[in-house]
Design a protein around this ligand. Structure first.
Ligand code: MG
Length: 388
């Protein structure tokens, strides 16, 4: 079998509320939806965030694998050398969209779900965590707004873990929101905080020391860089997780040696595909370092890819972030993958186990034609450093 053609559609999906964090602000997301064809008529699906630039990069990634046998995944990934390895090539984001479609092709070719090709179904459903993004209310209302948002999400979807996106207000205000969540929901709810690296090491240490009684699952990227994380971790007995200071294989041993991180959050979009992310999980397992999955606001295709990866990875031992519960639409048949009792069932059909809904695809494409790609504003205007 050979990879022989590619079709990419740009679509817009709106959010049900504005998503604000320390470093970004967005009311929707633009995705490239990939359909990768073969000479045997099997079409694989992929998805990546981004508009025209991502589209261009996906075309470059496709050129590198055109004519390639989808089943030679190791060789195929090697044909996609990227900037994360100090080489010229398409971005990991673009690579991941094509590589995801290759896994879908393989699964469809053999009539098995992708998780069966990654080690088999270790778990049938994957627990998920709700990141709570601030919605720019008054700072004094942040704790009550956070509790209200968590109450609504937990009542509807049964989340057993929530993450407060922080770094927008003063650290003490955000600590107050975590304290209010613990008071409201008791010990059964897993709590995380993620200011996207905007606190200084000293602020992070102070925050962590004041948060010791809250039994946080982790602090995620409280401060920037492996050195900064190392300083925080040495001073605070709370696990540190990252999707920001370890983003390529070169940084893994550095962070391990520095004892800077307890949990690495993989993401096929950051690591260049499912296969490299699976290798990252094995590294973490071998070093007895935690492994979880970061979310890049996936729609149904990429969510299915993450579910298969999570299903086949015993070492993944934390609920994975998902955000599609505040997306107003999706692109797959049946709409967004349902969250029940804080978990999502792993699709059981061949390949990724999801298919494009042509009407939903057209709705998203029409929004993109009408509005142009949705832009995420980076560096949130109320990031607290700007006015303190
Ligand atoms: Mg994060």
């Amino acid at each position: 079998m050979k990879i022989t053609d590619l079709k990419v559609d740009l679509i817009n999906i709106t959010y049900t509320h504005t998503m604000s964090s320390a470093t970004s602000k967005a009311s929707g997301t633009t995705k490239c939806i990939v359909r990768l064809g073969t000479d045997e008529g099997i079409v694989g699906l992929g998805e990546a965030p981004g508009g025209a630039e991502t589209h261009e990069e996906i075309l470059r990634a496709y050129e590198a694998v055109r004519g390639h046998d989808p089943f030679r995944i190791e060789a195929l990934v090697e044909r996609l050398p990227g900037p994360h390895r100090g080489l010229y090539g398409p971005t990991p984001t673009a690579m991941s969209a094509v590589e995801m479609a290759v896994w879908d092709i393989m699964g469809k070719a053999v009539g098995r779900p992708v998780c069966d090709l990654l080690g088999g179904r270790y778990r049938a459903a994957v627990p998920v965590c709700a990141p709570l993004f601030t919605d720019e209310g008054a700072e004094a209302d942040f704790a009550s707004a956070t509790v209200a948002a968590a109450e609504a999400a937990i009542a509807r979807w049964g989340f057993g873990a929530v993450k407060v996106k922080a770094g927008v207000y003063r650290p003490g205000t955000e600590l107050g929101a975590l304290r209010a969540l613990r008071r409201q929901f008791g010990d059964g709810l897993a709590l995380r905080v993620d200011p996207n690296g905007v606190w200084s090491p000293e602020e992070s240490i102070r925050f962590g020391q004041r948060a010791l009684d809250l039994d946080l699952e982790w602090m995620e990227d409280p401060t920037w860089g492996i050195e900064g994380m190392q300083r925080v971790r040495a001073a605070v007995p709370i696990p540190l997780a990252t999707n920001m200071c370890v983003r390529n294989f070169d940084e893994v041993p550095v962070a391990f040696r520095a004892r800077a991180v307890d949990v690495i959050l993989g993401d096929h979009r950051i690591w260049g595909g499912i296969w490299p992310t699976r290798k990252l999980a094995a590294l973490c397992e071998g070093m007895n370092v935690g492994f979880g999955l970061h979310s890049s606001h996936e729609l149904g295709i990429a969510t299915a890819a993450r579910l298969h990866l999570a299903a086949a990875t015993a070492h993944l031992s934390y609920p994975i972030d998902v955000t599609h519960w505040f997306h107003a639409d999706d692109v797959i048949e049946g709409g967004p993958l349902p969250i029940r009792d804080g978990a999502i069932a792993v699709p059981t059909g061949p390949g990724l186990g999801v298919e494009i809904d042509p009407e939903a695809l057209e709705r998203g494409a029409a929004r993109c034609r009408r509005d142009g790609p949705y832009m995420t504003t980076f560096t949130h205007p109320s990031r607290y450093r700007w006015w303190v």
